[in-house]
Design a protein around this ligand. Sequence first.
Ligand code: IMP
Length: 204
Amino acid sequence: MSTHSSLRSIILASNNPGKVREIQGLLAAYGIEVCPQAAFDIGEAEETAPTFVENAILKARHASRQSGMAAIADDSGIEVDALNGAPGIRSARFAGPKASDRENIERLLEALARVAEPARTARFRCVIVLLRHAEDPSPVIAEGTWEGRIARESRGGRGFGYDPVFVPAGRECTAAELEPGEKNRLSHRGQALRLLAERIRSAL
Ligand code: IMP
């Protein structure tokens, strides 16, 4: 896959509506159109690898193989220092295999119930990869991190996942209280996507 136009339309290996919204919004600004894999009837790949980058590659390869298109996948999660980096790559499944965002947040707040303010530090991490085709031997890889701390209770109705309990460094509000544009400007995913978009453009 080497021409400019062939990379304009890319399959997105995620069915998480919150992520799809953020990724489509950010890449549209670069003239890159992404279409979620659900639109092609492609199911999610199992995230069996131990690192964000390997899981992202695994998901992108699955989507690219099934669709025959270039594919983007992200793998992301939250690392909490008082929990030695957990839930990390298991963020989506922290409270169980089919846990809801609310259940994951409840489990996190319980785990941190006795942890005092200065020790409630955490960060979101995001790794995004682009595979130009399923056998692409040199994926384009971009990463972002977003530092903050875990609040004592949920606040705000925007965003998804752990946003209602994540207070970005230097702020008092949670990520779920930020305007979407502001979240994109600061977030781990926003940083990774801007880097990826720059790298895609310079690779064309
Ligand atoms: P995965 O990348 O599909 O394995 O899922 C990552 C999980 O990390 C999500 O389901 C959320 O629980 C959490 N997560 C990742 N990025 C964010 C974010 O921007 N806000 C809130 N939670 C997030």
